[in-house]
Write a protein that binds this ligand. Structure first.
Ligand code: MGD
Ligand code: MGD
Ligand code: SF4
Ligand code: MO
Length: 755
């Protein structure tokens, strides 16, 4: 069925949505979900958690904290979305029964899907899988620590950590201090798979690593350019800001090869009118070729140049290298640009006009921009556009990476990164009374490579799912198996605990989550706001859980004794916060937060003036090379020449009801995708290949194949398709952004064929 949503003049039209795609994102199903969960037997626990003074677990938009579970930093109420409920519902599951692991062998556990693994319940006592054993078994804390004593006595370069951004700032700080004191810089983190190109690119250009826009500032914008983000799924409260912006006459430009229904029209439960009729979101919806955003932004710049809309005085006063960037644009022909991005000059000019007619533009982006081989160039091209239009360094404007996990940004701030800030390095060296190791640490990509080469003996994973989050699952499994000891700190089981097994000992340490910790903790939102989480308690009454801070401090004490700090004293998180205040730039106020309970915006992050923390104090502009986007041919996939099929580019990402590698529900309601083993394609491509909707096909990447995949039509541009991770990670080895190791998850060439 062709959908025509053009009842409002400015709303883009749907061309190829399938018969199951609803007319708008959000809407009554969300209320239904809330009601179903909050009125169910688990409802009491759920409400208790929603009202607990702690930040939402799910995404980095950030809600909750000291002002109460539903309030954002601007004091606005009713700021919890259904994704928040979804993540809490998973955490308040009962414990996995005590006998469970005696009855289920690891082979059986390996048959579980992501959803089934998550539904097993909460980890509630520590377990170990020993080499040669077929079952996980309970292990005592004494034995855990004695295995750790040996594991952490290896050469520092052979010890590594991986972390995911759900834990606290305090746990993150301890992790990096423990590792760096040891002499290891191997602090791989999920941000390596995520926004690393944003941090890298922003550092080079503006001398910062995070958003320069606060929520308060966003509320003053009159235009938002939203590139490579499906905020309707992954940052639902941002949708309220887009709705309010449209209501005050502002404009939204969406750049995304896939027309996401919620970015066209979104019904938000926060506004009664919107809930029933839906609110228009995009004024212009540009659908470039996956991986071609640099070309599109260069097109916007070229259109602005042609109209004399470049703010030359601003460039002259506050930036460097602008002349080279401008002459590069002038020397790039329109045809080259439009061929590279697959968007017409007229459409690009429309977007450029909207930008130049606006006073305060915020450029926001997520994974469609970063998970590319040229992710850093993408950031450069966005920053260039913002600078050329004078949209950095004033209120209501700027650049805004939309961060993922609820404390992923805090992990970076605390120094859990392979690109440590100079200021932190100096503060740590002062604390240690010696230099930090100069050996370059492994980011996530390098960690897998090193493990596969037998260069890693010990790995500690603070949350996350290293196995399923990475491309080429078979290789990751093999690589992890070459590590002697892996220690997973986790709240709930995931595929990694059953497939990402160490050669000798795999240990699972069950931890409290954010709203259960026996002490206060803090987290940092993507908008640079630090939240305080109250102590809480767990519903798992007979469980043997430990807090991440307690475990890491005890481990560090055993490794380092009292050097350079009294680690056990740090089990009182107040003292960790004092250390953070002394070490981490912008975090001074955390030293008083226990007394004041005042949450705060990190100093030096929000740019209200065009003064930059670069060596020269000016913003740096970089020439952005056009990406080379060649596609392999059918024969390159090692199939017979006569094979009937089509080569397309997959954008791999999230369905509506999953949180990263954890699947909550199998269908993706807003894209009309009925189950996980589907490929969403443009009907024209399906026809070209001689297939039909709902036909079952094989999808082959460069290292594997998924079979029996159902074709679903969608409004994605020709030549592109969508599939879901973690399942799809089995079939491809990704290209990598060499400057920061981020896999090109959004440009995966595959052959779709009869199988
Ligand atoms: N409910 C929920 N919330 C989440 C998460 C979750 O899994 N579930 N995960 C959290 C995390 S860690 C993250 S990083 C974020 C992820 O949030 P997002 O980045 O919004 O999520 P993705 O599904 O990876 O894809 C984003 C969009 O990029 C588009 N895209 C793909 N390729 C290109 C391209 O070449 N150019 C452009 N312009 N667009 C492209 C896709 O069509 C898709 O709409 O969400 C966070 N919040
Ligand atoms: N193909 C493809 N692959 C991708 C992506 C993509 O778009 N496409 N996106 C990438 C991105 S952006 C990211 S961020 C990564 C995500 O990668 P990860 O962050 O490694 O994975 P998650 O699935 O978020 O990890 C979930 C697990 O964290 C644990 N956990 C939850 N809360 C806590 C807690 O409070 N403490 C502890 N210790 N553990 C906890 C639970 O055991 C849960 O099962 O995946 C990446 N992989
Ligand atoms: S937008 Fe993100 S932080 Fe806010 S309630 Fe929803 S999931 Fe939580
Ligand atoms: Mo992420």
């Amino acid at each position: 069925m062709n959908k025509d949503n053009s009842n409002s003049q400015s709303t883009p039209i749907f061309n190829n949505a399938n018969e199951n795609t609803p007319d708008m994102g959000g809407g009554l199903p969300i209320i239904g979900y809330w009601a179903e969960h909050t009125l169910s037997p688990e409802g009491v626990k759920l409400w208790k958690t929603l009202l607990h003074k702690s930040a939402c677990l799910a995404c980095a938009w950030g809600t909750g904290g000291q002002k109460g579970g539903f309030t954002n930093e601007e004091g606005e109420k009713l700021q919890r979305c259904m994704k928040s409920v979804e993540s809490i519902a998973a955490e308040i599951q009962p414990a996995i029964p005590k006998q469970f692991f005696e009855q289920r062998s690891i082979e059986e556990l390996q048959q579980l899907t992501s959803k089934e693994a998550d539904r097993l319940g909460r980890w509630s006592f520590p377990v170990i899988l020993r080499s040669g054993s077929s079952h996980y078994e309970r292990i005592s804390w004494n034995e855990i620590y004695s295995i750790c004593d040996k594991a952490f006595a290896q050469t520092p370069e052979r010890i590594a950590s991986y972390s995911s951004g759900r834990s606290s700032n305090e746990a993150a700080f301890l992790l990096q201090l423990m590792m760096r004191t040891l002499g290891s810089n191997n602090l791989a983190d999920c941000s390596d798979l995520c926004h690393a190109p944003s941090s890298f690119g922003l550092k080079q250009t503006l001398g910062t690593t995070t958003s320069v826009v606060s929520l308060e500032s966003l509320k003053q914008a009159d235009c938002i350019v939203l590139a490579g983000s499906n905020a309707a799924y992954n940052h639902p409260r941002l949708m309220n800001e887009l709705i309010k912006l449209r209501e005050r006459g502002g404009k939204v430009i969406v750049i995304n090869p896939m027309k996401e229904v919620g970015l066209v029209k979104f019904a938000s439960p926060a506004f009664i009118k919107s809930l029933f009729t839906g609110s228009d979101i995009a004024c212009a919806y540009l659908q470039p070729i996956p991986g071609s955003d640099v070309a599109l932004f260069m097109g916007i710049q070229k259109a602005l140049l042609a109209k004399g809309k470049i703010k030359q005085d601003f460039l002259q006063a506050y930036t460097e290298n602008w002349q080279a960037v401008i002459s590069h644009i002038e020397n790039t022909a329109w045809e080259t640009i439009t061929t590279a991005c697959g968007v017409s000059q007229t459409e690009i000019e429309t977007a450029a006009n909207i930008i130049s007619n606006s006073q305060k533009v915020v450029f926001a982006w997520a994974m469609g921009i970063t998970q590319q081989k040229n992710g850093v160039d993408n950031i450069y091209s966005i920053v260039n556009t913002a600078l050329m239009t004078g949209n950095i360094g004033k209120e209501g404007a700027g650049v805004m990476p939309i961060r993922g996990h609820s404390n992923v940004q805090g992990f970076g701030s605390m120094g859990v990164t392979v690109r440590l800030k100079k200021e932190i390095q100096q503060a740590l060296e002062k604390l240690l009374g010696r230099s930090l190791s100069k050996v370059k640490g492994y980011d996530t990509h390098a960690l897998i490579e090193a493990a596969d080469e037998g260069k890693v003996d010990t790995l500690i994973c603070v949350g996350g799912n290293l196995y399923a989050a990475n491309p080429d699952s078979t290789k990751v499994r093999r690589a992890l198996n070459k590590i002697e000891t892996i220690i997973y700190l986790a709240t709930k089981p995931n595929l990694g605990h059953f497939h990402g097994l160490a050669g000798k000992n795999t240990i699972i340490i069950p931890v409290f989550n954010r709203f259960e910790n026996p002490h206060k903790t803090t987290v940092e939102s993507g908008n640079n706001f630090v939240r305080l989480n109250d102590e809480g308690e767990t519903h798992l009454k007979k469980a043997d859980l430990i807090s991440e801070v307690d475990f890491l401090a005890e481990l560090a004490h055993r490794i380092h004794g009292e050097y350079p700090v009294n680690w056990r004293k740090l089990q009182d998180t107040k003292y960790v916060r004092q250390l953070i205040a002394q070490t981490i730039p912008g975090y001074e106020k955390i030293g008083e937060i226990d007394d004041t309970e005042s949450e705060f915006t990190i100093s030096g992050r929000i740019l209200k003036n065009p003064k930059f923390s670069t060596p020269s104090g000016k913003a740096q502009m970089f020439i952005t090379p056009l990406p080379e986007l060649k596609l392999p041919q059918i024969k390159d996939f090692d199939v017979a020449d006569s094979t009937q099929g089509i080569v397309i580019v997959l954008m791999t990402g999230r369905s509506y009801a999953q949180h990263n590698t954890v699947v909550y529900q199998t269908e993706d309601k807003y894209r009309g995708i009925p189950h996980r083993n589907c490929i969403l394609m443009n009907p024209k491509d399906v026809e070209k290949a001689g297939f039909e909707q709902h036909q079952r096909v094989a999808v082959r990447g460069n290292v594997g194949e998924l079979e029996n995949v159902e074709i679903i039509f969608g409004d994605v541009r020709e030549g592109a398709g969508v599939m879901f991770y973690p399942e799809v990670n089995v079939i491809f080895k990704a290209e990598v952004e060499e400057r920061c190791g981020t896999p090109a998850f959004k440009r995966v060439p595959v052959l779709v064929y009869g199988g």
